[in-house]
Design a protein around this ligand. Structure first.
Ligand code: MOS
Length: 721
């Protein structure tokens, strides 16, 4: 039993033993009676219309129970074209028409007694199409670019005037490719209907949001939808919304009258569970001789689907990270025949910071300033995008302490001057910021007194997507009830439990823990009131229970952002440092060391927090060294279709990583002083590595990923610039 009390201790995950012994049940693993298995069928064209479907051969295969296509699918309510923001109502239609909008779109579903039968029969469904020429690469269709319906352009001051008065100017364009989330656990659902009510074991990041989507799509009350996801094997944004496979399984369960399991395959996770879009970002910077920024423009062109609008807010960081009087951010979208892009870890910041923090490095070099001093010169304690003070901002401290720990003084400012045999050695830095949102969260605590020991059960519909929610919520309850962590049981991710915002946007830790805190504090307050003792009198939960002659007691609590929160800009800050060695003959490079210094409020559990940051650093490194989804430009199918060709970093790539958290308790952020951490770790990592590559080689790499062949094409050898 864990006898530690409270937050701040690096305790092991409370659910760890369930995971390593295989006892933790993921969505597709629940034992359900009379379950059927479904296999979805994907379109083999990117644009056009289904002209015929022949299910005769598939239908007569052993075990096949049902085949659903647009011809016999339940008619669903038509959604709005614009993808609604998170935590609002949404409708997820599927199999509603013969139209095909992208390669791999679901065009049918085979339901059978076994998984193998469903898979086999799915291959026998013969679909013919009337093909049209798709638009695939947005760069070939710039004329179609439009300003998103959801207004997102921003400006302050006069960028043209700011550039005109600058001593140094930079205009550079950066490209980040399509990426996929690829959590280890495949998207999966087991859906059933009973008495008009839906029950779905579904791998989702946000339980309430999924219930809302299901309720709206099938036009049934939300109370009649139960979503359960006690364990989620990663999401990275792809599991924020209930997607089409969830709707397909529910539809099939309704049609067959039996529970239906549907697991999205790894191939389908390229085509059917969203993606991070290809962004082209033009950054223009003006600076005075002394390094003060005079202007910053960030112009983004990307793609959306032909049926829905999604834009990644890549300019978020550019609006608020530095003191610059003249600032402009624009977004333009080109509709193409690919599925709708959607949020992937630090949407906006991960990609936007690559452009901004590369451009800052380029400008520092033009000014012949140290890139750390250049950033510090433009620090601000007031958010220039809204004139609100930052609740706390330790960016300068992150940069200075990081420089000290990393040995920044050993960096040679002149690029390509630090060599070690065939290796060109470079150091890079970048600044990072990520909003630290905090949202209304409810929780319930059930106290029991048994054999003289108090046990507390915390319930909320929060999820643990691998982040450590179970552990930090247990630690929080332990702190506010003043009992050992081992006496707390945390039950999550069931829509029968009190509503939380779910896991996304780096709001989980702050929201969940403050919600749990409120429930615990309310329990103590109520138990004191029953005894007519004052709030200030110190009594243990055990004394309160015994005094009240209670063996069990329940209390609820809801936490929400304060007025002070709304009056401030609440962000986490950080700095990334990288040392990269580039082989001057082959262009191969190694990330030798990475250091991340973060100021992200109170660290609830240094071990799980460290896990979040190294996960972010790994994805950030992945952006530079490998991750790229390749699309066939004529047919629109993905060429990268598995981990054999969609590469992510391995341990050897991440050999030496150090993470430092600066002590910080931001009481404006929330009462526990907790700020978001999940997305800060990926932000600006790519820029720190690209900047190190520049320092090593003198070559500015503006297109991710940075592959050896790109470095060779750029001519990495020193003096051959
Ligand atoms: Mo995140 S992209 O909000 O899971």
């Amino acid at each position: 039993m864990d006898t530690s009390i409270g937050t701040g201790n690096p305790i092991d995950r409370v659910e760890g033993h369930l995971k390593v012994t295989g006892m933790a049940k993921y969505s597709s693993e629940f034992p359900v009676d009379k379950m059927l298995y479904a296999q979805a069928i994907n379109s083999t064209i990117a644009k056009g219309e289904i002209s015929s479907i022949d299910i005769s051969e598939a239908k007569k295969q052993k075990g096949v129970v049902e085949i659903i296509t647009y011809k016999n699918a339940e008619k669903l309510k038509t959604p709005d074209k614009k993808l609604p923001p998170l935590s609002t109502t949404s409708i997820q239609p599927v199999l509603q028409s013969p139209q095909v909008h992208y390669y791999g779109e679901y065009v049918g579903l085979v339901v059978a007694e076994t998984f193998e039968q469903a898979q086999y029969a799915a291959r026998l469904v013969k679909i013919k199409y009337k093909k049209e020429t798709p638009k695939i690469d947005f760069k070939n269709h710039r004329a179609d670019a439009y300003k998103p319906e959801e207004e997102s352009d921003y400006s302050r001051g006069d960028v043209e005037a700011g550039l005109a008065e600058a001593d140094q100017k930079l205009e550079a364009t950066y490209n980040t490719p399509i990426e996929h989330h690829h959590p280890m656990e495949l998207h999966a659902v087991i859906a059933s209907w009973e008495n008009g009510k839906v029950k779905a074991y579904a791998s989702q990041q946000m339980i309430n949001d999924a219930a809302v989507t299901i309720s709206n799509t099938f036009q049934i009350p939300k109370e009649d939808v139960r979503v359960i996801a006690p364990f989620v094997g990663g999401g990275f944004g792809s599991k924020l919304h209930a997607k089409q496979h969830v709707i397909l399984a529910i539809m099939a369960a309704k049609k067959t009258g039996r529970p239906v399991q549907l697991t999205v395959t790894r191939h389908q996770m390229f085509t059917n569970t969203n993606l991070r879009q290809h962004n082209e970002q033009k950054v223009s910077i003006g600076a005075a001789k002394d390094g003060s920024l005079t202007a910053l423009a960030h112009e983004i062109v990307s793609h959306t689907s032909t049926y829905e609008e999604y834009q990644e807010p890549c300019g978020t960081v550019s609006k608020m990270l530095y003191k610059v009087p003249n600032n402009k951010v624009t977004h333009r979208l080109v509709p193409v025949n690919l599925q709708t892009p959607f949020a992937m870890r630090a949407p906006g910041e991960a990609t936007g910071s690559f452009a901004l923090e590369s451009a800052m490095d380029e400008m520092a070099w033009k000014l012949k300033m140290d890139p750390i001093e250049f950033r510090i010169k433009n620090d601000t304690q007031t958010d220039p995008s809204n004139d609100k003070p930052f609740s706390s901002r330790l960016l300068v401290e992150c940069l200075r302490i990081g420089a000290d720990k990393f040995g920044w003084d050993k960096r040679k400012m002149e690029p390509a001057k630090n060599t070690n045999g065939n290796w060109l050695v470079g150091y890079g830095v970048s600044g990072a910021s990520r909003a630290a949102p905090y949202q209304e969260t409810s929780s319930k605590v059930i106290l029991t007194l048994k054999d003289g020991t108090v046990l507390a059960t915390i319930q909320m519909d929060a999820t643990d997507i691998g982040t450590g929610s179970y552990t930090i919520i247990a630690q929080t309850a332990s702190e506010y009830l003043d009992i050992p962590v081992g006496q707390v049981v945390v039950q999550l991710a069931d829509s029968l439990f009190p509503v939380t915002p779910g896991s996304g946007g780096s709001w989980g830790a702050a929201s969940y823990c403050n919600g749990a805190r409120m429930a615990c504090q309310n329990a103590i307050k109520e138990l004191k009131q029953k005894l007519n003792v004052g709030d200030e009198k110190k009594m243990s939960v055990k004394e309160l229970m015994t005094g009240n002659k209670l063996t069990t007691y329940e209390a609820q609590g809801t936490a929400k952002p304060s007025e002070a929160f709304k009056e401030h800009s609440v962000y986490s800050f950080g700095a990334n440092f990288a040392e990269v060695w580039v082989d001057k003959d082959t262009g191969m490079f190694r990330i030798k060391r990475m250091l991340n210094v973060g100021a992200c409020g109170k660290i609830l559990n240094p071990k799980t927090a460290f896990g979040q940051i190294i996960g972010g650093l790994t994805m950030g490194a992945g952006m530079v060294i490998a991750e790229q989804t390749r699309v066939e430009p004529n047919f629109g199918n993905f060429i990268t279709r598995s981990f054999a060709d969609y590469h992510v970093p391995v341990n050897l790539d991440m050999a030496n990583v150090e993470v430092v958290f600066l002590p910080e308790e931001d009481k404006i952020a929330n009462e526990m002083g907790v700020k978001g951490i999940g997305e800060l770790g990926i932000t600006s990592v790519a820029a720190s590595i690209a900047n190190a590559i520049f320092n090593a080689t003198g070559k500015r790499m503006r297109d991710l990923p940075i592959t050896p062949e790109k470095l060779i094409m750029a001519g990495v050898e020193p003096g051959v610039a």
